[in-house]
Write a protein that binds this ligand. Structure first.
Ligand code: HBI
Ligand code: FE
Length: 294
């Protein structure tokens, strides 16, 4: 689980970073122990994901040759990624200001932490590291509709910043890019695609198998109103039909009227169900209740 908070803005890049907050990856300076941490995390996820994750994720790992051992070298990764969809990965020291983040996405650049968690932190960290950012996020950037969605999200973020609606956009990111589920082609089953899930062993099991969380069909306004938790597994997962459909519902939506309606509504608590929801699974919320008691 990666429990990072939305950082506030207008801070200057740290020494050594460019004005757009990027830094060199400096691949040659990773230690043998750091490469071994990547390999451990990779082996654990690769062993359980194949029948849980959306097939496009596995195809992305393959196209990008990410199945080779060791922390990926961004120069090599970018050769393949750029040829596939015109995206690039750039290294940053940690969380960057919202508008910097949106501007990179709008230009098809995905920002990734260059550091990797320590062996003592395999399951929880506060800021996204290279395993979360690169293993979790980058494979799907090979999928054309998902690649376009990420760019559209960055463009939408820049507009939302001017309208004071970043919180609504952050919820959209959270419940799609980080914690999204997708319908499994023909069958009635669900698959994972959110990076916060696929980079977490525990949540990869919980999100699909546990009776606690709600699983609700994706609806843009509903998602933009829904609070989320950063300290534990999610209480709601929202399910898209396809990446093409997600792109249609967001890029082609006129967000002006959506934002007007959002201003007139209260946010929805994490874990709550609403009358208009298309509920695929009504969660017991047992995990959230057990956590609230301690
Ligand atoms: N910075 N490095 C990094 N990674 C993120 O995911 C990120 C960020 N800054 C801001 C941000 N995300 C949020 O604005 C979005 O989640 C909406
Ligand atoms: Fe992330």
């Amino acid at each position: 689980m990666v429990g990072f908070i939305i950082m506030s803005n207008h801070s200057a890049p740290p020494p050594g970073a460019a004005t757009d907050w990027t830094i060199p990856q400096d691949w040659a300076s990773y230690s043998a122990e750091e490469h071994a941490t990547w390999d451990r995390l990779f082996a654990r996820q690769a062993g359980m994901l194949p029948d849980r994750v959306v097939p496009a994720f596995i195809e992305g790992l393959d196209v990008l040759r990410m199945t080779r051992p060791g922390i990926p070298d961004f120069d090599e990764l970018n050769d393949r990624l750029f040829r596939a969809t015109g995206w690039q990965v750039v290294a940053v020291p940690g969380l960057v200001p919202d508008e910097t983040f949106f501007d990179h996405l709008a230009h098809r650049r995905f920002v990734a932490g260059r550091f990797i968690r320590t062996p003592e932190q395999l399951d929880y960290l506060k800021e996204p590291d290279i395993f979360h950012d690169v293993f979790g996020h980058v494979p799907l950037l090979v999928h054309p509709a998902f690649a376009d969605y990420m760019q559209a999200y960055g463009e939408g973020g820049l507009r939302a910043a001017k309208l004071g609606m970043i919180e609504a956009l952050a919820r959209l990111y959270w419940y799609t890019v980080e914690f999204g589920l997708i319908r499994d082609g023909g069958g009635g089953g669900l698959k994972l695609y959110g990076a916060g899930i696929v980079s977490s062993y525990g949540e990869s099991l919980f999100a699909l198998d546990d009776p606690s969380p709600n699983r609700i069909a994706f609806d843009l306004e509903r998602v933009m109103r829904t609070r989320y938790r950063i300290d534990d597994y999610q209480q709601n997962y929202f399910v898209i039909d396809s990446f093409e459909d997600l792109l249609r519902q967001t890029r082609d939506a006129d967000l002006g009227p959506v934002y007007e309606r959002l201003r007139g509504h209260q946010p929805i608590d994490a874990g709550a169900l609403m009358p208009a929801d298309r509920v695929l699974h009504a969660g017991t919320q047992a995990r959230a209740e057990a956590r609230a008691r301690v």
